[in-house]
Design a protein around this ligand. Sequence first.
Ligand SMILES: O=C(O)CCC(=O)C(=O)O
Ligand SMILES: [Fe+2]
Length: 203
Amino acid sequence: MNDSQPFDIRGALIFPGLLDREAQARLVEQIRAVVAAAPFFRPVTPAGRPLSVRMTSAGSHGWVSDRSGYRYERRHPEGMEWPPIPSLALEVWERAVANARAPECCLVNWYDAEARMGLHQDRDEVDFTQPVVSISLGDDARFRVGNLSRGGKTESIVLRSGDVVVLGGGARLVHHGVDRIYPGTGTLLGKPGRINLTLRVVT
Ligand SMILES: O=C(O)CCC(=O)C(=O)O
Ligand SMILES: [Fe+2]
């Protein structure tokens, strides 16, 4: 991993290039093992709309969404337990938020060329004193940060492979989203697309 001085965008802390290329490649291998054990699925909003992002999880809890709502579950929708959180993701957590509790969920998001994620808060967890740590791999993405309440001014930055974002402290519940990815800008995955990991304390 690299030394990386964080900068602040509307309270979100960005660590540019925290993962060097070798760490990124090792983490991708660990994610492939997660996906082999717990395949990607496409969650549906409570209103019945499929998300454009495909997801799976690692850890004691995984994030799911369907007609019954957004929530964490102990099992994948197909019934298996979630695999363990990749060791390299745990190392990133230690580097970025050393004093936090241990993460219980590593949500794995897969963005194909058309996928995006609208502005939202991460608020399905119980303890908002605990941060969320996000790791970007593969293609560049335009990441947007807004406010604690809906609406108002927003700012965006491009996240690149190896960048890490921390939503913590007073910015734990800030609205954020991904406007788009830039297909083919990354060479890590061998095909267009972006992986994002978010590590969360759930209980
Ligand atoms: O893909 C990203 O950079 C953000 C993902 C995110 O906000 C989420 O999974 O809740
Ligand atoms: Fe989020």
